[in-house]
Design a binder for this molecule. Structure first.
Ligand SMILES: [Zn+2]
Length: 466
């Protein structure tokens, strides 16, 4: 399917020809590209036009029977959880019991080697759903431990060619009283350790460019529980002084609501507003339990949200009122969340579920396929501050997924452009490009020894069981 031309002229460009449809990632009438031929040069979309003719020496990819999407932008994940799927003790638990029985008791077992295996599994799974950007909310940081894991994340991202936004989590308050943490003997890091590591990560990896392959974000694990309130404001000021974005969890369950009401006499969104944690440089995962007033505050400040409907459903937390948020001007994006509470790290699966669940709960006017694609691509790029990705147009980074929709299950489609999201998984990803780099070819991740990764995963599982 990929065949270099016979010409001896070197030509680094690639032409993707003849797709059945191209989605742009934009909203409304601009959701579909009128033309379907895409030329990639120097990592960018050079042309998106009809009837493009191969140039001498150009690599030509025949996309007949395929649809092309912008690479998905996953705005909330915990890659270490890729070795914690379907842990029996957490399968029927709510958020608190799941935290106590699945991730927390195993945090001290994640050596850098086991962590690397989890990250490789996670990035492989994401790429094979067509995801090209991952914001990983990474919180395996404790006193004297964890700094090397940030380097592992960027190292594996480079290996797989994935765009990585490291949301540097962690806490400076003890969680030792949490039932799941008692046995680990882990001690929280200090604020100085946290901030020094963020400075180190920024100087080593952070790129502020519009299609940066590496970003660093300041992301204490929860604003309500990870830091005493005065430090919350200090950390926000620190991030803004370094021109880094802010991210965290918020209002995943009504626990946040009760805690803020009892301790601070306010709602969670009012609490973060009082500590300088709202604005277009901030996004929160979940926001399931929010009031109309909170939605208005989020919209007025253009504070973003990462919608994680599968994880929220899996843990019985509820479903975020995304229709109301989008209508109020809240930038909406989609995240798969850690797969210890999802079991699928697929943005296609997430988008399919997002499309369905809001219609089930609120009626047919709640969501459209095109809008869900927009949230999962351009919406994610907006939330992450990466305007050079998330949409397919000349000049944009060449991040795209080619889905082979030639299978029988797609044969009856009247509107094949919607197939990956409307039909859901399995939707075969044939090729993926990230900034022009061909990272999935013929359905396989370029350079990946799958058998070895499977063996590494099996070996790691023995350390993490039960
Ligand atoms: Zn999360």
């Amino acid at each position: 399917m990929t065949h270099p031309s016979q010409s001896t002229q070197p030509n680094p460009s690639t032409l993707i020809r003849g797709a059945a449809a191209v989605m742009t990632g934009r909203a409304g009438a601009a959701a579909r590209a009128g033309a379907v031929d895409i030329r990639i040069r120097d990592g960018r979309v050079a042309e998106l036009a009809a009837g493009l003719v191969p140039q001498p020496g150009e690599t030509v990819i025949d996309a007949t029977g395929c649809v092309v999407y912008p690479g998905w932008v996953n705005t909330h994940h915990h890659l270490f959880q890729n070795l914690l799927k379907a842990v029996p003790a957490g399968m029927n638990a709510d958020l608190q019991d799941w935290l106590a029985s699945v991730p927390y008791p195993r945090l001290d077992r994640f050596t850098p080697e086991i962590f690397r295996t989890a990250v490789r599994l996670g990035m492989a799974e994401l790429l094979l759903s067509g995801t090209t950007t991952c914001a990983d909310h990474h919180y395996l940081y404790h006193h004297g431990h964890g700094a090397e894991t940030g380097d592992v994340l960027f190292d594996v991202a480079q290996e797989f060619g994935m765009r990585l936004v490291l949301c540097r989590g962690g806490a400076v308050q003890s969680k030792a009283d949490h039932p799941g943490m008692r046995a680990t003997a882990l001690v929280p890091e200090t604020l100085d350790e946290m901030l020094a590591d963020i400075e180190r990560l920024k100087s080593r990896y952070h790129d502020a460019g519009p299609d940066a392959l590496r970003r660093v974000v300041v992301a204490p694990t929860t604003p309500t529980f990870s830091l005493p309130p005065p430090l919350l404001r200090e950390v926000a000021g620190f991030a803004r002084g370094m021109q880094l974005r802010l991210h965290s969890h918020l209002s995943e369950t009504d626990n946040y609501v009760r805690f803020c009401a009892e301790k601070y006499r306010c709602t969670p969104v009012q609490f973060v507003a009082d500590h300088d944690w709202l604005g277009p440089d901030v996004w929160f995962a979940h926001l399931v339990t929010v009031t109309p007033d909170e939605i208005r505050m989020l919209g007025q400040t253009r504070t973003g949200m990462a919608h994680c409907p599968v994880s929220n459903a899996r843990l019985g937390s509820g479903i975020a009122p995304v229709r109301a948020m989008a209508d109020a001007g809240v930038p909406v994006s989609i995240g798969v969340d850690g797969v210890a509470s999802n079991e699928s790290g697929s943005m296609v699966h997430e988008a399919n579920f997002a499309w369905l669940v809001h219609r089930a709960l609120g009626g047919a006017a709640q969501t459209r396929v095109e809008e869900v694609i927009h949230w999962g691509t351009a919406g994610g790029a907006q939330v992450l501050g990466l305007p050079g990705v998330g949409t397919l147009a000349p000049g944009q980074s060449a991040d795209l997924a080619i889905y082979d929709v030639g299978g029988l299950r797609f044969a009856g489609f009247h509107d094949i452009a919607t197939a990956p999201v409307a039909a859901g998984e399995p939707t075969p990803v044939r090729d993926v490009f990230v900034r022009g780099r061909h990272v999935v070819e013929g359905g396989a991740i370029v350079g990946l020894d799958i058998a070895q990764l499977r063996r590494d995963a099996q070996a790691a599982l023995t350390t993490l069981l039960p």
